[in-house]
Design a protein around this ligand. Structure first.
Ligand code: ATP
Ligand code: ZN
Length: 284
């Protein structure tokens, strides 16, 4: 059997979805103009769809799994499971108000007209905060609604905030932090599950590799102990003697997050010739 994967046909999630599959060593041969494509070297079949439709297709079992934004998953509220956070397509669903206004809290929204493509999530927020407001559902270009007098407030996806800014708005309150996730349908057979596990194993290796760097450096032997103590390594660092006496070459893996800190400390401890190399895959 083949696992059927639904991804966005075109738009913000398309390229990152295709790139992730490629990094997992999955070759997608035929073009994106079609509705479907097959992998040559992995039991998977792709469906190219509008992102809004992906949860429904997965609920119905037309697709087994899908890559889609959490914002869409929670707005559509279909019977699917979120199986894995993919780490791309990061954005926020936020209220935005006119630049000169001051969002004092949920009560600010009382009686206001809110333009959004996310009526379900906005209503949930209003209910939770016991606020009554009017929701105007618009499917695109929500940020222009206040300017044309259609709404007082918007609730829309934001990443940098520049679209809001260009429309005289500012971000006021985030109601959902979102990223692309892998969703799967509820009744999953054992064969489908074992293909999914193979896919997740690959995705995990790619993600881990991106979060880490391979570091090589030269260390004076009298500082070796100090330098090794600074390096976490997967088990412990590799140490090899250099041709010039009194020096060793040290190899290790450092997490991106504490990278600069560690590099500074290594230099301080006398490390020289520090090389930092990206890692393609990381299997632990
Ligand atoms: P489609 O034609 O598939 O319906 P769309 O216009 O609804 O496309 P895009 O704008 O391509 O969707 O966004 C797809 C997803 O990308 C969003 O649902 C969201 O999860 C994610 N995303 C990431 N950053 C942003 C952003 N700054 N603005 C909008 N969406 C973003
Ligand atoms: Zn869409």
């Amino acid at each position: 059997m083949k696992l059927k994967l639904a991804i966005q046909k075109s738009g913000r999630l398309h390229d990152d979805s295709m790139k992730l599959l490629k990094e997992c060593g999955i070759d997608i041969s035929n073009g994106v103009n079609k509705l479907k494509a097959e992998a040559a070297n992995f039991p998977i079949e792709l469906f190219f769809l509008r992102d809004d439709d992906i949860p429904q297709y997965v609920e119905d079992g037309v697709a087994d799994i899908g890559f889609v934004g959490e914002n869409v998953v929670y707005e559509k509220n279909k019977k699917v499971d979120v199986a894995y956070a993919l780490g791309f397509g990061k954005c926020r669903l936020s209220f935005a108000v006119r630049k000169e206004e001051n969002f004092s809290g949920p009560q600010f929204l009382a009686g206001k007209r809110i333009a959004t493509s996310y009526p379900v999530l906005v209503q949930e927020y209003l209910n939770k905060n016991k606020v009554k407001a009017e929701i105007h559902e618009i499917s695109g270009s929500v940020e222009i609604a206040p300017g044309i007098g259609l709404a007082d407030v918007v609730c829309d996806l934001v990443s940098s905030g520049s679209t809001l800014f260009m429309n005289g708005l500012k971000e006021a309150e985030t109601i959902l932090a979102s990223q692309a996730v892998l969703i799967k349908r509820k009744d999953f057979g054992t064969e489908a599950q074992s293909i999914l596990e193979r896919l997740l194993f690959r995705i995990e290796s790619v993600k881990k590799a991106k979060k880490n760097k391979y570091v090589l450096l030269n260390a004076p032997n009298d500082q070796l102990e100090k330098i090794i103590s600074l390096l976490p390594g997967m088990k412990s660092p590799t140490v090899l003697p250099l041709a010039s006496p009194g020096w060793s070459s040290v190899h290790s893996v450092i997490a991106e997050s504490d990278f600069w800190d560690i590099i500074e400390q290594l230099k301080g401890a006398g490390a020289e010739g520090i090389l930092v190399v990206p890692i393609e895959k990381m299997i632990l």
